[in-house]
Design a protein. Sequence first.
Length: 264
Amino acid sequence: MTSYQTLSIAQGASGVARLTMSRQAVFNAFDETMIGELDQAFVQLIDDPVVRVIVLAGDGRHFSAGADLQWMQRASHATQEWNLVDARRFAEMLWRIDSCPKPTVARVQGAALGGGVGLACVCDVAIAADNASFAVSEAKFGILPSVIGPYVTNALGRRQARRLALTTTRIDAAEALAIGLVHRVVALDALDAAVDATVTELLAGGPQAQREIKQLFAALEVGPVTPEVRELTAQTIARVRGSEEAREGFAAFLAKRPPNWTQP
């Protein structure tokens, strides 16, 4: 297991990896080091055949305060070429999480600001404590939520994303739930139990089926179901129905036994 400066990883026997951002002194704000380590950690967990589900969390009182202001100040005095390389690293890290073939769950407590909102949006499921608050705050510093923008827009829709980015207003967990930024809100002392319940649901699904779901849904747009889309969906299910995992899934259901992917 790789050792990280800004992260910790705990892996259980059930195939769950818990990846925790560990910069409590700055409320888990990320800089160049954490961005690189998040990207590296996801590569490691994606490549690990034992890992089925990845939980992304923040250590301490807050999920993530977004960009480290010392990092942003350095960027404001750097060249455009330096900034482009730096921004591409950030974009690659978010894409790595968003395109992860394994299910991902964001465990959110306290503040999720700026890029912290982006991290919540790139995970498949976001579960928040009732003390969580969210702000797309970049405009307060004279910049914009550019790299996280596509993911926030995908999660919330264009109008809600634009409202949050323009106003930089901080919303509470209840409003985040109402607009689709998170999927569930629970009391802080029930947060781990809620995350565990979702993880249990995810472990019940076939891992290859979940990969196929993520790949297919990433290719689908909201809008008309064109002949090309119909053909894509038909080709996909025709291929997957004949897979070894599908045969095991149907056999297990008919035999009233658990499928083999749920066995430790």
